[in-house]
Design a binder for this molecule. Structure first.
Ligand SMILES: NC(=O)c1ccc[n+]([C@@H]2O[C@H](COP(=O)([O-])OP(=O)(O)OC[C@H]3O[C@@H](n4cnc5c(N)ncnc54)[C@H](OP(=O)(O)O)[C@@H]3O)[C@@H](O)[C@H]2O)c1
Length: 238
């Protein structure tokens, strides 16, 4: 299996790394503190995982998961991901990331902002609309009756196809939500965002981090994407 590079070893990066090694996919994982800080995670992931520098993870294979805080993406050299299929998990939370005028004004989506930095990358938005602790709960082998679907968006059809193949190997179906400009449909607080994957949709917001997940088939996700209305970031609660 081709190696998956993973830049960012936090909640999402580690969750995807666990699915990857379980599927037999080698991973090279990087964070901001350097390979030696990843000893514990690499030991947990086993022989298919190695720690690397950001550059080593970026060059590990044709696909790279980029899962760093939004404001950190510009710290990564833009050209490092040229010609690479990048699965971008980023979300914009002003309380955490500070105010970004273009996002507040709904001029562009978060992944378009990230793509502007990684201009030469083949960016696909993915894994941003599901809580990290729900990722292992909902992963299923291909063909399982209760398989869950995740949305992807991007401007490069071949990159989206490759991302969908990887995500299928990791345990999820995918639904194509269109170009990056349409990815607001699964940005925070939109209809196809994290709440969709709660077993109990009425779960109070403060309990979401402990609440169990429930499967969402492709048809249900498609309905949520189609029904989504753009959430005006400046008016969002957080
Ligand atoms: N948590 C969720 O449930 C969730 C769900 C969907 C989407 N997201 C989004 O996904 C992104 C990542 O979220 P997360 O919760 O996984 O974040 P996190 O747990 O805070 O992990 C962030 C990772 O990025 C690394 N990092 C930061 N700056 C870096 C740099 N310049 N170079 C390389 N690595 C760098 C950090 O390195 P160190 O470990 O060395 O600090 C850390 O491993 C965010 O945009 C978030 O909004 C999160």
């Amino acid at each position: 299996m081709p190696t998956l590079g993973i830049i960012g070893s936090g909640n999402i990066g580690a969750a995807v790394a666990r699915l990857a090694v379980a599927a037999g996919i080698p991973v090279v994982v990087a964070n901001s503190r350097g390979p030696e800080s990843l000893t514990g995670l690499i030991a947990e992931l086993g022989p298919l995982a190695t720690a690397g520098t950001v550059e080593q993870a970026a060059r590990a294979g044709d696909l790279v998961l980029l899962s760093v805080p939004l404001t950190a993406h510009t710290a990564i050299p833009a050209g490092l991901l040229d010609d690479t299929i990048v699965l971008d998990t980023s979300n914009y939370y002003p309380y955490r990331d500070g105010r970004i005028a273009e996002l507040d004004q709904d001029k562009i989506t978060t992944s378009e902002l990230v793509h502007r930095h990684f201009r030469g990358a083949r960016l696909v938005k993915a894994f941003n609309n599901i809580l990290a602790h729900h990722i292992p709960q909902l992963a299923r082998p291909a063909g399982a009756a209760d398989r869950t679907a995740l949305p992807i968006a991007g401007d490069d059809a071949a990159a989206k196809s490759a991302a969908a193949t990887l995500i299928d190997q990791l345990g999820y179906d995918t639904v194509d939500a269109g170009p990056l400009a349409q990815s607001w449909r699964f940005e925070p607080e939109a209809a196809a965002y994290t709440r969709l994957y709660l077993a109990d949709p009425a779960t109070p917001g403060e309990q979401m981090m402990q609440a169990p997940a429930g499967p969402v088939a492709a048809a249900g996700l498609r309905r949520a994407l189609d029904a989504a209305e753009r959430v005006h970031v400046a008016g969002r609660a957080f």
